[in-house]
Ligand binder design. Structure first.
Ligand SMILES: NC(=O)c1ccc[n+]([C@@H]2O[C@H](COP(=O)([O-])OP(=O)(O)OC[C@H]3O[C@@H](n4cnc5c(N)ncnc54)[C@H](OP(=O)(O)O)[C@@H]3O)[C@@H](O)[C@H]2O)c1
Length: 284
């Protein structure tokens, strides 16, 4: 462990793949003790392989962020094993494609359970321990936490909620010595899209009056993901947010992501974003 890294661990949620896996390994390489959490302890091969390739050890534990008993068991177990907690990386999340008329309330609620309430539950459980250690909570939002995107209404709603929640918490947490950061990736090459389980042709066929818009959206998204950032590059920004106390509240993981959210952050009446995202679903 490097001299600068704290003795207490950092919990990384959703470490079975993608940004969470790379963040867990990256933090361990930086000398941190890392509790890497997965939903299924039978599916840790990629994480185990990445850790051994990097020559680091991870404490791999089970966690489903949508299950309050699992959240309590994980945080209590980590605190009793290590005597405290230095950091929390709220990374677990899941894509959800749909639009309000075609979605079910259950599907919309499920998108919020993992992407928003899971973040809240973990932060609530961790906060007393982060307060004790003057620690840090880093939440992986998205450019979709700033710019609402077609067919991502529920996903973006949940990520907007993460942004609002964390932006509200940040000054309060600072009064008790806890840093709060949100990280906004754009398109990242991970299992994220595949995990959404969307069959493009089936989605278009089921979209009824929204079929042409869905086709336009899916074609545009395929182009964006063809130029996706690697999970390792996105994770390097997350690791830096944990390590560097000078990290501002909001950071993007690439110049593309920064340019995209910058449109919204300078768009006082919303017209610039509407002009842009309308072009993604233009049917004529
Ligand atoms: N990839 C992108 O383009 C992109 C862009 C912007 C933001 N993000 C955000 O980045 C974060 C990481 O995504 P990723 O790209 O690395 O995708 P990923 O490879 O699909 O990883 C998502 C992780 O979240 C875990 N997870 C899902 N539901 C969970 C639950 N209920 N409890 C605990 N863990 C759960 C998954 O575990 P299982 O293996 O068990 O499913 C997996 O480890 C997410 O918050 C995502 O919204 C991604």
């Amino acid at each position: 462990m490097s001299a600068a890294a704290p003795a207490l661990p950092v919990i990384v949620t959703g470490a079975s793949s993608g940004i969470g896996l790379e963040t867990a390994v990256g933090l361990a390489r930086a000398g941190y003790r890392v509790v890497a959490t997965v939903r299924d302890l039978g599916r840790t091969q990629a994480l185990d392989d990445a850790a051994s390739a990097a020559g680091v050890e991870l404490d791999v534990r089970r966690l489903d962020v949508t299950d309050e008993a699992s959240v309590a068991e994980l945080v209590d177990g980590v605190v009793s094993a290590y005597g405290g907690l230095h950091g929390l990386v709220n990374n677990a999340g899941a894509a959800h494609l749909g639009t309000v008329e075609l979605d079910t309330m259950d599907a919309i609620r499920a998108a919020f359970e993992v992407n928003f309430f899971g973040v809240v539950a973990m932060t609530r459980a961790a906060m007393p321990h982060l307060r004790a250690s003057s620690g840090v909570v880093v939440s992986i939002s998205s450019v979709g936490g700033i710019v609402g995107q077609p067919f991502n209404e529920a996903y973006c709603g949940a990520k907007f909620a993460v942004e609002g929640f964390m932006e509200g918490l940040a000054p309060v947490a600072a009064t008790v010595g806890v840093r709060v950061v949100v990280v906004e990736p754009g398109a990242v090459a991970s299992a994220f899209v595949a995990n959404a389980g969307v069959d493009p042709q089936a989605m278009i066929a089921a979209a009824g009056p929204y079929g042409p818009a869905a086709a336009g959206y899916l074609a545009r998204t395929a182009g964006a993901f063809a130029n996706a950032q690697s999970s390792a590059d996105a994770a390097a920004v997350v690791v830096s947010a944990v390590v560097d106390p000078a990290t501002p509240f909001r950071v993007q993981t690439s110049a593309v992501a920064a340019g995209f959210v910058g449109i919204k952050l300078a768009d006082l009446d919303g017209s610039a974003v509407q002009a842009l995202t309308s072009s993604w679903v233009a049917t004529a």
